[in-house]
Ligand binder design. Structure first.
Ligand SMILES: [Zn+2]
Length: 218
């Protein structure tokens, strides 16, 4: 059984590990550079930092989203620190949320200091597909609120241990994102923080990962 990395920008360190490699759709509607062999599973999305040409980007994403080995939409999100206006970010986020519904693929979310807006979007969309907040570093209060609303939380190299306990077992995912680290290192740190054997963590994350419908690709 491999280790699952649900959000990364690089190839896995071990070929038996399962990585969902993220590529964003760039302003001109092309794909972010970085070779991605055909055999790899991936997610495509429009990152809130790089919205310049929303219509073209959404049109391009719509085509990509239906492609083979595309197992999730995103990262999509809300980030007041990004250059693009918040209203445009919301519009692009909702377009991606609707595309996730249409394609029946989970949505991977980048959210910075926009929790109220994100929660309002979820209440508006009422998604059937899972919504996963990636790179979660919030505290246990925020984690509890989000988990109660049905969000999944994905943790990487830095995290708040008390939030981990809230997401464990059923709402938890692990990732390396843009860090040049081995996903197995994240598993080790998280198993230690949860005070559980690593094997137990592996079994649970493999079970949670069934939401991605990876059968046929592994
Ligand atoms: Zn990322």
């Amino acid at each position: 059984m491999g280790y699952y990395d649900i959000h990364t920008h690089q190839m896995p360190f071990h070929k038996e590990d399962i990585a969902i490699i993220n590529r964003s759709v760039n302003p001109m509607g092309d794909i972010q550079p970085g070779s991605l062999p055909d055999t790899f599973i991936r997610s495509y999305g429009i990152h809130p930092w790089y919205i310049y040409n929303a219509k073209e980007q959404i049109d391009r994403l719509r085509v990509l989203a239906y492609g083979p080995r595309v197992v999730a939409i995103g990262e999509a999100g809300l980030d007041p620190l990004a250059e693009s206006p918040v209203n445009l970010q919301k519009e692009v986020f909702l377009a991606q949320a609707n595309l996730a519904e249409e394609t029946h693929k989970p949505l991977i979310i980048h959210c910075v200091k926009a929790w109220g807006d994100l929660i309002a979007c979820k209440k508006a969309v009422k998604p059937e597909v899972p919504w996963i907040i990636h790179g979660f570093r919030g505290n246990s209060e925020l984690a509890s609120q989000l988990v109660r609303l049905g969000f999944y939380l994905s943790f990487g190299d830095r995290f708040n241990p008390s939030a981990l306990c809230v997401a464990w077992p059923d709402s938890l995912f692990l990732e390396t994102d843009d860090k040049s680290i081995d996903i197995r290192e994240v598993y080790r740190n998280v198993a230690e923080a949860l005070d559980i054997p690593e094997e137990k963590l592996r079994i649970q994350i493999a079970k949670n990962s069934s939401i991605f419908r990876l059968k046929g690709y592994l």
